[in-house]
Design a protein around this ligand. Structure first.
Ligand code: UDX
Length: 434
């Protein structure tokens, strides 16, 4: 079976490499020559645990090319894994998906299945099928199938090789047969639905998780006011197997390439169909205001940040990735910069990307200790393991004023007992031991 994958971002590259790991020959296509060159040398252009190793292990089965004709012309299955970024109105931008569809329509010479892995609004697979029908250069049959991905960054390889489920949305037996063949070696439950249901499963899953996070963040905010402790509250909730413990970590809001975009896209689609989904709209609003929590908390201690030494620990939207998309730090740090703070920031992998977003006004440090030196306040935006293992006394030793605003509840309240510092976290009591 000859497989091609369009796009070598998180979705495309991880899919291609994991299919090769399961014995398929895969040709990955991208428009970025420098990325293709890197991948040919066995280097992953994205920071993802275990990916480079698998690329090198399967190098005989992986081809990287700029030449879409070579990849698509006689492929049996073509995966589309390009981005569907958010448009200004919140809807999904499908320009890259249709760009690939144009190329496929131009060059395919035999019957094949085009599999849409990118997250696309419900009904897009139907439209793509029509798009092919209108544009095909050669009289061949193209079957369109939906096969959403559920991988999380940082664990993308594991999430693909040991998927929680494989969802296949098809309208004909040929597409189902081919996709069953593609996933034969995978150890995961396989669910076959129609295309629209498959498209909806992706949005409904992501938006449910986003909703869960916004819900627990609102409960955390209330805990702060009424004197309950969110960590105990979530522990108590999680014994109920109907609720579970996952995605109940209170913090400064979800970021990343999926939740923000997918909540907005489904909300847009629902409103467009005169069927507003109020819960998702609320989740989006809660998330936006949650990102501002650290600055609001800090303003209790300082009227403004002009001339203050501010330490920032963690920039990425979560640990284990260098991705900054929709990271809460991108909301907060520019506010501090504009306010005239002297900012020192530390992140094990996110600094280079952050420079692209906020080019001036920040000193990047190699170590946490250097970042904290003489700081008047410290913000924790990402729960990196390096932060979580710190002995809280380091804040007292290094900072001028040991005031810590922990947006990710990296420390237990017990750890701070007796340490002469101010410690504010999310959904827990303020500790002021000065
Ligand atoms: C997510 C989904 O998990 C994945 O299934 C989908 O395919 C893509 O979107 P990802 O964006 O990589 O994956 O990250 P995830 O680990 O889900 O975290 C998203 C955001 O939610 C992060 O900013 C994280 O900090 C936040 N989060 C997560 C919380 O605030 N609390 C939690 O309990 C869990």
């Amino acid at each position: 079976m000859k497989i091609a994958v369009a796009g070598t971002g998180y979705v495309g590259l991880v899919t291609g490499v994991c299919l090769a790991e399961n014995g398929h020959s895969v040709t990955c296509v991208d428009v970025d020559a420098s990325k293709i060159e890197m991948m040919r040398r066995g280097i992953s252009p994205i920071y993802e645990q275990g990916l480079s190793e698998l690329m090198r292990k399967n190098k005989e089965k992986l081809t990287f090319t700029l030449d879409f004709k070579e990849a698509y012309a006689d492929a049996d299955v073509i995966f589309i894994g390009v981005g569907t970024p958010e448009k200004r109105d919140g809807s999904a931008n499908l320009a890259y998906v249709y760009g690939v569809a144009d190329q496929i329509a131009e060059v395919v010479t035999k019957e094949c299945v085009v599999v849409v892995k990118s997250t696309v609004p419900i009904g897009t697979n139907d439209k793509i099928e029509q798009y092919f029908a209108d544009r095909l250069q050669n009289r061949v049959k193209i079957h369109v199938a939906s096969n959403p991905e559920f991988l999380a960054q940082g664990t993308a390889v594991r999430d693909t090789l040991h998927a929680s489920r494989i969802v296949i949305g098809v309208e004909d037996a040929y597409a189902e047969k081919m996709l069953r063949e593609v996933y034969r070696g995978f150890d995961a439950p396989l669910l076959v639905t129609n295309r629209r249901s498959a498209e909806m499963i992706k949005y409904a899953s992501n938006d449910f998780l986003a909703l869960k996070i916004s819900y627990i963040n609102e409960i955390a905010n209330l805990c702060e006011i009424i004197g309950a402790d969110i960590e105990d509250v979530t522990k108590g909730m999680s014994y109920d197997t109907r609720i579970g413990s996952k995605f109940l970590n209170a913090g400064i809001g979800y970021g990343g390439s999926c939740f923000p975009k997918d909540t907005k896209a489904l909300s847009w689609l629902a409103s467009y169909n005169d069927n507003e989904i109020k819960t998702i709209k609320a989740a989006i609003e809660v998330n936006e205001s949650q990102k501002l929590k650290p600055v609001k908390k800090a303003s209790k201690y300082y009227k403004d940040f002009r001339g203050l030494n501010v330490a920032v620990l963690g920039l990425t939207f979560k640990p284990g990735t260098d991705d900054l998309r929709e990271a809460p730090s991108l909301v907060t740090v520019p506010i501090l910069v504009d306010d005239g703070a002297n900012i020192k920031a530390w992140d094990p992998v996110g600094c280079d990307n952050f420079k692209k977003h906020v080019p001036e006004g920040i000193t990047y440090c190699e170590t946490i200790e250097e970042t904290l030196k003489d700081a008047d306040i410290c913000f924790i935006f990402t729960e990196w393991p390096e932060v979580k293992v710190l002995n809280p006394s380091v804040f007292v030793e290094k900072m001028r004023h040991p005031i810590v605003i922990d947006g990710r509840n990296c420390f237990s309240v017990k750890d701070i007992k007796g340490v002469p510092m101010v410690y504010e976290s999310i959904g827990r009591a303020v500790i002021d031991n000065r």
